[in-house]
Design a protein around this ligand. Structure first.
Ligand code: GTP
Ligand code: MG
Length: 230
């Protein structure tokens, strides 16, 4: 990964404090983005945003697991998910619109995009992960991971995680196959929902492009027919 964050100090408290301020900054920036891009796209794109900061204990465990030196500086250098944000969006298209908009966040730079929507994991996992670098606090660059998913992708990931991480679950072909099948079905639903949304979008655009006189006569027709029904 190019241009990693470079930290020379090795103070855990300072590092975690900087990360939590950066996390706040990114949350606020994402909310601001939400308002500006929803105004342009005319629909509710962002269903929810959540975030978490890894604890020192969990950072240390991950450093040990990947055989990195265990220190605050090494964590900043080697881990890209000390700060994690998750954004749940309405449609697959919304995910790509938001990725494009991310680069407008000040002091934030995209380093890498892992597109598990175009290239799902073997498990069936779909999401788009954006690894970025944020220099929001006094030249202290921090890496962060933003996961973007639809509601369907999120519900699959949450349940799959819950099912698979039950400690006594044997490695079962049956479970793997069924979970993969669920992921495929949910993806088909996502694609259909996207198609319905695109269709309605085109209809709305046609309607608003129609001349005023036609729109008024159409709306009179609707009013008359609804009166006749009642
Ligand atoms: P780590 O998994 O954190 O070591 O990082 P990595 O570089 O391997 O990143 P990867 O993109 O594989 O996954 C990072 C995160 O994505 C995980 O912590 C999960 O939140 C999520 N994720 C990846 N694969 C799966 C999956 O098969 N199921 C579920 N539920 N979540 C997944
Ligand atoms: Mg992994």
């Amino acid at each position: 990964m190019p241009d990693r964050a470079v930290w020379t100090t090795d103070d855990w408290d300072e590092m975690l404090y900087t990360c939590s301020r950066t996390q706040e900054y990114l949350l606020t920036s994402l909310l601001n983005l939400k308002y500006s891009i929803e105004r342009d796209h005319h629909h509710t794109m962002l269903r929810s945003i959540s975030s978490r900061l890894k604890s020192r204990e969990s950072i240390e465990k991950k450093l040990v697991r990947y055989r990195f030196e265990v220190s605050a500086a090494s964590a900043c250098q080697n881990l890209h998910d000390i700060i994690g944000l998750r954004v749940i969006l309405s449609y697959i298209d919304d995910i790509y619109s938001l990725v494009d908009a991310l680069s407008t966040i000040e002091n934030y730079q995209i380093l890498e995009i892992k597109d598990y929507i175009k290239h799902p994991k073997k498990t069936g996992y779909r999401s788009l992960h954006v690894i970025g670098r944020c220099d929001a606090t006094n030249g202290r660059p921090v890496l962060c991971e933003i996961q973007l998913r639809t509601t369907a992708m999120d519900s699959w990931a949450a349940l799959e995680h819950q099912l698979r991480y039950k400690k006594d679950l044997p490695d079962s072909d049956y479970v793997n196959r069924e979970l993969l099948e669920c992921a495929k079905m949910l993806n088909e639903t996502d694609i259909k929902m996207q198609q319905i949304h695109r269709y309605l979008d085109v209809q709305n655009q046609k309607e608003s492009a129609a001349p005023e006189s036609k729109r008024t006569s159409e709306s009179r027709k609707t009013t008359r027919s609804s009166k006749a029904k009642s």
